[in-house]
Write a protein that binds this ligand. Structure first.
Ligand code: NI
Length: 199
């Protein structure tokens, strides 16, 4: 099946399950977050040899359905296959773990997955390092930045392109809304596509 068709099926499933959910602290529909994660994955795929784009996009689109909706492991396995279901499961925080353990536990489980799953976690955090909601305290912002640094340190070998993107986003975090939106803030043109069939 074409990657585009797999994408459409996963997006439809995710959009239906997330329903009316919004990006926390905003009025923006949750699927906008999923779109941002997929955008990072598409750029990374163009820069990464041997990248399984079908797996990465499906896991990206579905990465929060087990944590935030009524979707089940069995449904994912049946509709999208075992590899996608396992990837999404690894990206789902284990609610039984104590708070401090959750991140470490999740990172360990992600590291047992293919590199495409590591890439989704990197892409997810890049997408989340936008200007924080106005009500966030300095302490909360600092914690979020530290958490991003922990993700970077554990998963940077998963995808070189996304690791660089995340490192850069951490250094600039929190970006100011005004600077972030400035039209002259475009840093570089699109990256050149990977030259295939060489080296
Ligand atoms: Ni996410």
């Amino acid at each position: 099946m074409a990657v585009q068709t797999l994408y459409q099926q996963a997006l439809k499933f995710a959009a239906e399950r997330h329903g009316e959910q919004k990006i926390p602290g905003s009025s923006i529909p949750y699927v906008a977050h999923l779109s941002n994660v997929c955008m990072e994955i598409l750029f990374a795929a163009a820069q990464t040899a041997g990248f399984n784009l079908a797996l990465a996009l499906q896991v990206a689109l579905l990465h929060d359905v087990l944590e935030d909706t009524n979707a089940t492991d069995a449904e994912l396995a049946e509709q999208f296959g075992a590899a996608v279901a396992c990837g999404v499961r690894a990206l789902t925080k284990n609610s039984a773990s104590p708070q401090a353990e959750k991140m470490r536990d999740a990172l360990q489980r992600i590291k047992q997955q293919p590199k495409e799953v590591w890439a989704v976690k990197l892409a997810d955090r890049i997408a989340n390092l936008q200007p924080p909601p106005a009500q966030w305290t300095k302490e909360k912002i600092g914690q979020y930045r530290q958490e991003a640094q922990t993700i970077y340190e554990h998963l940077k070998d998963g995808n070189a392109y996304l690791a660089t993107r995340l490192k850069d986003a951490i250094e600039k975090y929190p970006p100011k809304e005004r600077e972030w939106l400035a039209p002259n803030n475009v840093e570089s043109p699109l990256p050149a596509p990977l030259e295939r069939g060489r080296g």
